[in-house]
Design a protein around this ligand. Sequence first.
Ligand code: TPP
Ligand code: MG
Length: 580
Amino acid sequence: MTVTAGRSTVSPARESVTMTVGQFLLRRIREAGVSHAFGVPGDYNLELLQQLEDAGRLEWIGTCNELDASYAADGYARLNGLGALIVTNGVGALSAINGVAGSYAEHVPVICVCGSIPLRSMERGLGMHHTMADGTWDRFLGAYAQVTAAQARLTPDNAVTEIDRLITTAWHDKLPVYMELPSDIAYLDIEVPAAPLVLAEPPSDPERLRSCTTAIASLLSAARSPAILVDLDAGRFGAAGEIMALARKAQVPVAVAPTAKAVVDETFPHYLGLYNGKASQPHVREAIETSDCLLSVGYRPVDLTTGDFTGSLPAGTIHLRGHSVDVGEDNYQAVTLTEVLRGVTDAVPQATSRATRQSAPPAAADARGDGSAKLTQAAYWQAIQSYIRAGDVLVADGGTSYASGGLRLPTGCTFVSQLIWGSIGYGVGSLLGTLASAPDRRHLLFVGDGSFQLTAQEVSTILRHDYKPVIFLINNGGYLIERCYLGKTSRFNDVANWAYADLPKVFRPDTTARSFVVRTVADLDKALSAPNDTLIFIESIMDPFDAPTTVIESGNNGADIDYGPRGPQHRDNMLLRPPT
Ligand SMILES: Cc1ncc(C[n+]2csc(CCOP(=O)(O)OP(=O)(O)O)c2C)c(N)n1
Ligand SMILES: [Mg+2]
C-alpha cells in the first residue's frame, strides 16, 4: 500500500518518504517542538521561506535584524526547550553570531539555519555576493564552529543524517547548532524517514546509575547540614521538579545561583535564596559554604555568580551535570540528571527532623516616601515588587535592571536574563521570543536606556504581532552600571536622550499601546494601575547616579578585577561609589 502525504509518497515497507530537503528540514524543526522561526529574508534563504510559508508548519516572525532574531530564538528556547532562526549567508549569519554565542555561553539550544550560496557556485568557484569574493565558502561555517556545538553544510546526500544529528545535538547538549542550506538544494527530492524525530534523554547505564545514586544517598543521609545549589542547567535539563522532590523528602534547603533565578519556585518552603558568594544573604552563604554535604547541579562559577570569587564551595561538593556526576574521587558517566535525582530521592529516607530553613529576606525600608517625590531606584523596585504576580515572565536586560534579580517572585514565574554573556539589548529581542513562546502569560521587560538603544526596533515586531508586554525602561541618561566601573562623569557613558515612550506610536501608528513617562512615585503608581489589555510602555526618569547598592558594589569590584592595582579606578572620583 502506498500512502500519499501531500506531494510525498509513503512506502511503509521502507518506512521512508520522498520529500524536498527544505520541507524535511522544516518538518524536523516542527517535530522537535519548535513552532516559530525568527529571522530576516535574503536571496539565499527565500526559497526555504517560501517552503515555510507554503507548508504552514512553522510561523515566521520576521525581525528587524538578525541579532534580534538570535536573541528572540534564545528567549523562545528558554521557555520552549528549543528555538530556531533563519538567516542569510555571511551578512545575516555574522549579525546573528553574537546572540548565538550567548546561547552557547548560557546553554540555550537554538538551531541557526543559514541559507547559503548555491552548491553550484561552490563547485565552480564562482565569486558570489555576501562572500569575500575570493572563491572561499567555508569562513562562516568556521566562525560558527567557535560558538556552536555542531555545524554542517547540508547536501542532498547528507541532509537526512545531518539535520537529525544537529537538531538532536542541540536538544541533548542544550547548546546552539549551525547549518548551512545551499540555496539550490532546498527543492530537491530526497528519501527521508517517515517516522517523526523523537527527542528523548538516553537511559542511564543501569550500573552507573545505581552506584551513583547509592553513593549520593548515603552521603546525604549521613549529613547533618546538607544543601543543594542549583545553576541554570537544572532548568535547561528540566530537573527543577526532581530537585524539589528530593529537597522535600530529605528536607534539604535549596539555593540558586543568580543565573538560575526562579528555576526553583521561590515560594517553595525549602528555597533559601540566591547564592552569590559574599553578596549572598548571610544565612544562604552559611548554608552553602558550611554544608557537610553539598549537592550542586550544573554549577559554573563565574564572577557574577560567586560574588566576584568570594565564594567557595565545600571541598566534598557533589557535582551533578546533565549527563555526568562527580562524587569525591568517582566520576560517573552515562547517567542523566533527572534519573540521578529520582534515584537519590527514592533511596533517601523521608526526613522528619530537619526544619525548613527558609527565612524571609530582611524587609526593605519603605522607600516610597511622599508620592510627589522624585522617583528613586529604591522606590522603583519596591513598586515593581508589588506589581509582580504569579506566572509572570520577567526578562531582565543589563545595567541597573539587573536589580530585578533581587525581586521576590511569586509562584510560577520565569526569569530570563543573560548574566554570563551579558550582551546589552538582549532583553528586547529575547522578549519577542518569550512572547511568541508563551503568549498567554504576562511578560515584563526591565531595560535601561543604553541597552534599549541597541535593539529598540524590535518593539515594532512586538507591536506588529499584537503582543501585550509591559516594558519598564529606566531613563537615567546613560550607562549607569558602567559609571560604577569607570567614568563616573565621563562623556563616553552618556547616551542621546530619546522620546522613548513615543516609540510605540512611531513603530505602529495605529497602536493602542499605553505609554507613560514617570517622574514620581505617584506617576509610577498610576502607570502600574493600567490594565494589561495592550502593550504598556513605562519610561521612568531617574537620576544618572542613582544605582542600587548591589550594582554599585559589583561594578566597583569589577573595576578592581578588570583593571588591576594600577588601573585608573584608583584616581579620585573616577567611579560611582556607594553612598557613605
Ligand atoms: C553588546 C554590549 N556592548 C557593551 C556592553 C557593555 N555594557 C554593559 S552594561 C552597559 C550599560 C547599560 O546601560 P543602561 O542599559 O542604560 O543601564 P543602566 O545601568 O544605566 O540602568 C554597557 C554599555 C555590553 N554588556 N554589551
Ligand atoms: Mg541607563
